[in-house]
Design a binder for this molecule. Structure first.
Ligand code: BGP
Length: 497
């Protein structure tokens, strides 16, 4: 009966950001560029890199006409103490961010870590713990060191496994007692949608078309990256449990692809939704959570004419070192109609518009709002994996401006979180073991997909604009006080409405 009234006692309430979208300081204290630093947005098709014929490799070559807002972000690197105090002001008991790999191993292949980078995160995590916020730390949030992409070809190269484990070992040992929850690769299942960002995959051995670096990335390279990432994930879980038995390692997948509904009851559309779940989520979820390489992939590899084979030893490691929990992002649902091709963006997959979803986010992004889709996603994932689930991204980006009272009455965002949080509670009543709800972008950050400041998610406004100007001043929006009340009442203010 107690559960009917509110959320579980120790439910994790908080928010999530990513180093590359908020820290800025992109070359400070020894850090070297990561792959997002050469992209305006992670969906960009023209990364700021150029093929150097003499050196026989790609090199960073930023476009002088482009604005790379992430280079300065919202200056979280210098302002995190005040920003975290604002989060604590809402009663957060947890906060998610990522360690930028390139702060710890700037080029990714150094022997020793960069002490200045380690020290920054020491103080960041100390500040979180002092403010009563349990850190949830993403080991890579699209932040592969650029050098590992241009020099090694990214995750299609098996050498990355050991370079990754060197980085992971350094941070696992350094932050014992400060961090308990670790997430491996942010939205790694977006690998085939964004090979350069999700897998740092770039064919440099014999670029098919040097002027189109992404185009030169082949399906074989992307499946090689899949192979290496699956092995690296298992090795990461193994290492974590060897270093600290309290460490809890979760995978992190973009799961807007679970709530893909058949557009009608044509069996081909039902098969299409099964295919989407398998090829957008389960192909990583099954190795990470069940310790198996799903058998349906063999037909996919045959049809794509690629060759993927795991050694017996790799299969053993994958089987014996599955994740402790499953974390994911959910923004919206979509439909599958065999008549049209599905697209993908940072909100997930998008197919034919669902006529039953009349509740829409305001333009220019206007995502269909489907809170029941989150209840459905939680149930489907729990049925398949029977692991604790953690929502580590859910939110809505809006084009907002301060009003005459120097604030923003973001009623739509309040509506969005109320409906989604109520459906998380329904899923918990359905028997799903959901451990936490972390809102994506509790403070305005640089949008991943569009690279803009204009697409604001925050309960806290940041005075910075697409052209880069602004005071970086923080302002509280109306939703700040609303989310504070939700946390203070452990969700009760919503459930008994
Ligand atoms: C997810 C990313 C986050 C965040 C979110 C919102 O894919 O994990 O980094 O950015 O998308 O996307 P966007 O900022 O493009 O609206």
């Amino acid at each position: 009966e107690e559960l009917r009234m509110s959320f579980p006692k120790n439910f994790l309430w908080g928010g999530a950001v990513a180093a590359n979208q908020c820290e800025g300081a992109w070359l400070t204290d020894g850090k070297q560029p990561n792959v997002t630093d050469v992209l305006v947005g992670i969906m960009s098709k023209d990364p700021g890199i150029k093929w150097n014929k003499e050196a026989e490799k790609y090199e960073m070559h930023l476009n002088p006409d482009k604005k790379y807002l992430s280079h300065d972000g919202i200056d979280f690197y210098h302002r995190y103490k005040d920003d975290l105090k604002l989060m604590a002001g809402m009663g957060f008991n947890t906060f998610r961010t990522s360690i930028a790999w390139g702060r710890i191993f700037p080029n990714g292949d150094e022997e020793k870590p960069n002490e200045a980078g380690l020290r920054f995160y020491d103080d960041l995590f100390d500040t979180m713990n002092t403010l009563g916020m349990e850190p949830v730390i993403t080991l890579s949030h699209y932040e592969t060191p650029l050098h590992l992409v241009t020099e090694y070809g990214g995750w299609s190269n098996p050498l990355l496994i050991n370079l990754w484990l060197r980085y992971v070992k350094a941070v696992f040992e350094r932050y014992r007692g400060k961090v308990k929850f670790w997430l491996t690769f942010n939205e790694v299942n977006a690998l085939f949608r964004m090979p350069l960002v999700a897998g740092g995959v770039l064919t440099i051995k014999d670029p098919k078309d040097p002027d189109d670096p992404i185009g030169s990335t082949t399906l074989q390279d992307q499946w090689d990256a899949y192979h290496n990432l699956v092995v690296a994930n298992a090795e990461t879980v193994k290492l974590a449990h060897e270093i600290d038995k309290n460490y809890q390692v979760g995978c992190m997948l973009t799961c807007s692809g679970v709530a893909v509904y058949p557009y009608n009851c044509d069996p081909e559309n039902v098969l299409g939704t099964l295919d989407r779940k398998r090829m957008d989520i389960y192909y990583f979820g099954d190795p990470f959570c069940l310790g198996i390489i799903p058998s349906y992939l063999q037909r996919v590899w045959d049809e794509q004419g690629v060759h993927v084979s795991f050694t017996q030893e790799e299969l053993e490691t994958i089987k014996n070192h599955t994740v402790d929990f499953f974390s994911f992002s959910y923004y919206r649902s979509t439909t599958f109609d065999k008549e049209i091709n599905m697209q993908g963006d940072t909100g997930g997959l998008s197919g034919r518009e669902n006529p039953y979803l009349t509740d829409k986010a305001p333009e220019p992004w206007g995502w269909a709002v489907d809170p029941k889709g989150l209840r459905y996603t939680l149930n489907v994932l729990y049925d398949r994996y029977h692991l604790p689930l953690m929502i580590v991204e859910n939110g809505v980006g809006l084009d907002e401006n301060l009003n005459e009272h120097d604030t923003i009455d973001d009623d739509f965002r309040i509506h969005y979180i109320d409906e989604h949080i109520k459906n998380v509670h329904e899923a918990i009543l359905d028997g799903v073991d959901c451990r936490g709800y972390l809102y994506w972008g509790p403070i305005d950050v640089v949008s991943a997909g569009t690279g803009e400041m204009k697409k604001r998610y925050g309960f806290i406004y940041v005075d910075r604009f697409n052209d880069g100007h602004g005071t970086l001043e923080r302002k509280i929006k109306k939703s700040y006080y609303h989310y504070k009340e939700i946390i203070e009442t452990n969700g009760e203010c919503l459930i008994n409405k």
